[in-house]
Design a protein around this ligand. Structure first.
Ligand SMILES: *Cc1c(COP(=O)(O)O)cnc(C)c1O
Length: 424
């Protein structure tokens, strides 16, 4: 399948090129012109997960990846479960945090790393990515130790939890981490400036691994099918999925799944106070405010970089805009929702709580709600303990890296300084 640059209709590339280059001309995003539809969804949902994932991913990558290689990549990527946990009569949490860094970004990062490794051909590659939280850890772990691939991760200094930070700043070898004096949007701007610098791109083999890279989206499509496979047949047609959204990659993957034929009834885009999209869905005006810090800090994004892909699916008539609504949840409500989940014997965290609130807000009695659990509660230990007044034990993966020294560098939000760092 060919991928089109959404900002330059002349640029049409294959999957391998899209994965290797990340962003297209004019900083355009790569995306399929037409999402393939899958025959016989019921049969697909009855298959073992690995086999199902093979059929979902094959149409996107078959031009560049042989079947046996794809099966191998799938085995390496999807090496953990995404269970559907029932919270009450008509609500489930799809737990996407059972991977090595306890967050859903493990899926996209590992699929991308494995594809890139396959496409690398012994050329040196530098992965440059900005993270507002979990991308960093997922990318660092997915690429750690891979040959010929260096990873540089930018993050906003002092804006993410210490534990979250330690999950990617304590690895050595091919993983380098940079604390930028600025917010996440400043980090994203540095990444974009780097990709605009053709000389730099060629010199270090620059590649992005954040949610801009289309490979990540394709991997995430798979767990929407997995969620529906865990519902009963009668529940499936009534399923509403609430997605806690920041850069809107996760929601985009869900919409791709629906476009492929998965019978999701509708979606809710739940955000924190960084509510550009919910406001846009209401009044049609795209008016990002300054980014504000919230309890759900991995969603502190006011200019979501995946939105143009969703917009494209709407404008090209592949996705019906009326099947998407938005809700912005404020800080008090997020805390209250977390407590309400706790009363139902479910310990969650602020991002998933924002999504759950989206269901509370609009789920009708004949619908079944699924909210995406994007991170393990222990990744936001201090916040969760503070709000719920409980003691939360650290899972081993986190406990181990909390003990290690932080190896990150610190720089001003200045492209010239970053450029020097990358070419050193
Ligand atoms: C990244 C992240 C999100 C937001 O996902 P997007 O695909 O950027 O919308 C939500 N929750 C957590 C825990 C995250 O790390």
């Amino acid at each position: 399948m060919k991928l089109h640059n959404l900002k330059d209709e002349q640029q049409i590339v294959d999957y391998a090129t899209a994965v290797r280059t990340g962003l297209g001309n004019n900083q355009g995003l790569f995306f399929p012109e037409k999402i393939p539809s899958l025959p016989n969804i019921d049969a697909l949902l009855a298959m073992p997960t690995a086999e199902r994932n093979f059929h979902i991913l094959k149409p996107f990558v078959q031009e560049n990846i042989a079947d046996d290689v794809l099966r191998d990549i799938i085995a390496k990527t999807f090496a953990f479960e995404s269970p559907l946990h029932q919270v009450n009569d008509n609500t489930f949490c799809l737990e996407l945090f059972h991977g090595p860094t306890l967050a859903f970004k493990d899926f996209g990062a590992r699929f991308m790393a494995n594809c890139l490794q396959h496409f690398a051909d012994n050329n040196k590659i530098t992965i440059l990515t900005a993270t507002s939280g979990d991308t960093g850890a997922a990318v660092a772990h997915a690429f750690h130790g891979l040959k010929n691939i260096d990873v540089v991760i930018l993050f906003p200094e002092g804006k993410i939890s210490e534990l979250q930070q330690k999950m990617f700043t304590t690895l050595s070898d091919n993983i380098k981490t940079v604390a930028v004096k600025g917010d996440f949007d400043a980090c994203q701007k540095l990444v974009k400036q780097s990709f605009d610098d053709t000389e730099l791109v060629n010199q270090v083999g620059l590649n992005s691994a954040n949610s801009i890279n289309v490979s990540r989206l394709f991997a995430q499509v798979c767990y929407y099918f997995d969620a529906m496979a865990q519902l009963s047949v009668t529940q499936r047609e009534r399923a509403v999925i609430a997605v806690p959204s920041g850069n809107f990659g996760n929601l985009c993957a869900g919409i791709i799944a629906k476009t492929m034929g998965l019978p999701i009834k509708r979606f809710i885009a739940s955000t924190n106070l960084n509510d550009t999209v919910p406001r846009y869905l209401k009044d049609g005006v795209w008016a990002p405010n300054a980014t504000v810090e919230t309890l759900s800090n991995a969603m502190d994004v006011s200019k979501p970089n995946n939105w143009p892909r969703i917009e494209y699916l709407i404008e090209s008539g592949q996705f019906d805009r009326t099947q998407l609504s938005g809700l912005a949840v404020d800080e008090t409500q997020t805390a209250e929702t977390l407590k309400s989940l706790h009363k139902q014997s479910y310990i969650s965290e602020p991002h998933a709580a924002v999504a759950y609130q989206g269901l509370q807000d609009s789920l009708s009695t004949d619908e079944v709600g699924i909210f995406l659990g994007t991170a393990h509660p222990a990744k936001f230990k201090a916040t969760v303990e503070d709000i719920l007044r409980i003691d939360l034990p650290l899972p081993e993966a986190i406990a181990a890296c909390a003990e290690k020294p932080d190896l990150s560098h610190s720089i001003e939000a200045d492209f010239a300084i970053l450029r020097r760092f990358l070419t050193d």
